[in-house]
Design a protein around this ligand. Structure first.
Ligand code: MN3
Length: 240
């Protein structure tokens, strides 16, 4: 490749990169400040480890936050330390453009970038306040799922059906529809591999590490306990 062709190619790549990053903006989570930027840091929990007792025990919260989440942050930072061209992008941009990341590092960013994003979302979507969803939110979901109770049972059934480790999400698609979406491992609906992409409004961690110490194999019990902890005000704010 001569110098002129090289520069033209470089220019096209840069332009593609910019328009690609702009296209992804619609997927941006409203609170990306909590996720931070490179180098990423473990965010504080918005409540003490014991605040969600007895539904989620403090030992599980501590291991989940200081153990699992910290490891996602550390491994993501290590992967990005070897990808200087990607360090300026937001985590949402990295995840929605995973197919642009060199294959040597793609799986690391997918698993650990996903892990950091998902867990930052997770701590915020739980609350010790145990408030009922507003009537407006119940109505909005009933218009898609038939009734609030249908939404609850469809969501929890989907979470029960998820095989292995992953997440169950309520997503607002770019067309403005509400969908229940399952993703394996630390994937999420921002990623190009998701069966349905969109903005996550609610997500439940269905990895065994989220409940095994207290519930062992009783996933249904964990799910019904965690349902009472959902921060519906936050779901409503994300829905906008
Ligand atoms: Mn987890």
């Amino acid at each position: 490749m001569d110098r002129r062709t090289f520069l033209a190619t470089l220019g096209a790549l840069a332009l593609n990169g910019i328009s690609w990053a702009r296209r992804q903006r619609k997927y941006e989570w409203t609170d990306s400040s909590l996720v931070g930027g490179y180098p990423y840091k473990l965010p504080d929990l918005p409540y003490p480890y014991e605040a969600l007792e007895p539904s989620i025990d403090s030992q599980t919260m501590k291991v989940h936050h200081q153990g699992h989440h910290q490891t996602y942050v550390n491994t993501l930072n290590k992967a990005l330390s070897e990808l200087p061209a990607f360090q300026e992008l937001s985590l949402e941009e990295l995840l929605s453009g995973l197919d642009k990341i060199p294959t040597s590092h793609r799986t690391l960013v997918r698993n650990h970038g996903g892990g950091h994003w998902n867990h930052t979302f997770w701590w915020q979507i739980l609350s010790p306040n145990r408030r009922e969803p507003s009537l407006a939110l119940q109505k909005r979901l009933a218009s898609t799922f038939g009734s609030w109770d249908n939404f609850r049972s469809q969501f929890l059934e989907a979470a029960m059906k998820l095989f292995g480790s992953g997440w169950t999400w309520l997503v607002l698609t770019p067309e403005g529809r509400l969908k229940i979406v399952l993703t394996p491992n630390q994937d999420n609906p921002l990623m190009p591999f998701a069966e349905e992409r969109g903005k996550p409004l609610l997500g439940i961690d269905v990895w065994e590490h989220a409940y095994y110490l207290k519930y062992q194999n009783r996933r249904a019990e964990y799910l019904s306990a965690v349902w009472s902890l959902i921060n519906w005000e936050r779901v409503e704010a994300l829905l906008g």
